[in-house]
Design a protein around this ligand. Sequence first.
Ligand SMILES: [Zn+2]
Length: 90
Amino acid sequence: MKIAKVSSRCECQARLGAELDEDRKVLRGWSRDIRNRTLVSPCTLAGTEGERFHLVWLCAVCGRNTLRSFDAGALVFQDVPEASGPHQSA
Ligand SMILES: [Zn+2]
């Protein structure tokens, strides 16, 4: 499968990150605090407008819902090995 990583910064200066698949489905989201600890932060797609799409993180560092916009054309996809297990997607 191919995934792209996006990153941004929360108001609290935590670094926000997420991995998306080619359908712009969020696979996982995280935030990284100033001590470089990585915390799981739910991230969801909040809408698309053509090539633009919006992601909302629930920042685990400060608890804010942080909306950031990205340009689909700027996503860089990388091939990653399919996770082993019963979940084979067509
Ligand atoms: Zn934050």
